[in-house]
Design a binder for this molecule. Structure first.
Ligand code: DX5
Ligand code: ZN
Length: 217
């Protein structure tokens, strides 16, 4: 099977010990650190802002994979870039001009990602595919950890795999939501090469994290 990167979502970490949790998943073999930013408007939950990202930055040298579920998004892109994000991912519904938002992210020297909600078709991002570094397919409705994987998204992952391969460009195909060892296999078979995992990474306490991550690969 294809080699995959694992991006633990710190949404499922102990928020009272976030720095330690980031160090623990870094040591356990995480490739990226997935940071879910929610505004209570674009999605029905509130999480963290750029101040927390900045505070976490000294705790890991791994790629900070920042998933912005906020609208309007452009105002905050420079804040997250300054705070230490490496990849900044936005949803096409989060602003009026997706192409402009991507250019903004790239002008700040960061990698640009675009995320598709379960109801958002691949065609919504075809016009920017060659400009971006990552596509994030949501396999739950964004907002919360611990939800079940929506299998109807598998054809979308396969479609994106084909479009990315046809382009011949290095673009991460990341899948987020309900990932466990069983659904990880489905996502990888469909063509994913980065898996976000919150619940599946952070169960069992820090001494389990390495085994949890290994089980997903
Ligand atoms: C959901 C977030 C996910 C979430 C995944 O809106 O984007 O990153 O933390 O959590 P699990 O892995 O528990 O489904
Ligand atoms: Zn996410």
């Amino acid at each position: 099977m294809r080699a995959v990167k694992i991006s633990p979502s710190i949404l499922s970490a102990d928020f009272a010990r976030l720095g330690e949790e980031v160090r623990a998943v870094d040591a356990a073999g995480a490739d990226y650190i997935h940071i879910d930013v929610m505004d209570g408007h674009f999605v029905p939950n509130l999480t963290i802002g750029p101040g927390v990202v900045k505070a976490l930055r000294p705790h890991s040298a791994k790629v900070f994979d920042v998933h912005l579920m906020i609208s309007p998004v452009d105002l905050f892109v420079p804040e997250f870039a300054k705070a230490g994000a490496d990849i900044i991912t936005v949803h096409p519904e989060a602003g009026p001009h997706l192409h402009r938002t991507i250019q903004l992210i790239k002008s700040l020297g960061k990698k640009a990602g675009v995320s598709l909600n379960p109801a958002t078709p691949v065609d919504a991002i075809q016009h920017v595919l060659e400009d971006i570094d990552l596509v994030l397919v949501m396999t739950v409705n964004p907002g919360f950890g611990g939800q079940s994987f929506i299998k109807s998204q598998l054809p979308k992952i396969r479609d994106l795999r084909a479009r990315i391969d046809a382009l011949g460009k290095q673009i991460d195909l990341e899948v987020d939501g309900g990932i466990n060892p069983e659904t990880a296999r489905l996502a990888i078979e469909a063509g994913a090469d980065v898996l976000v995992a919150g619940t599946a990474t952070f169960t069992g306490g820090p001494e389990q994290y390495a085994a949890n991550i290994r089980a997903l690969r």
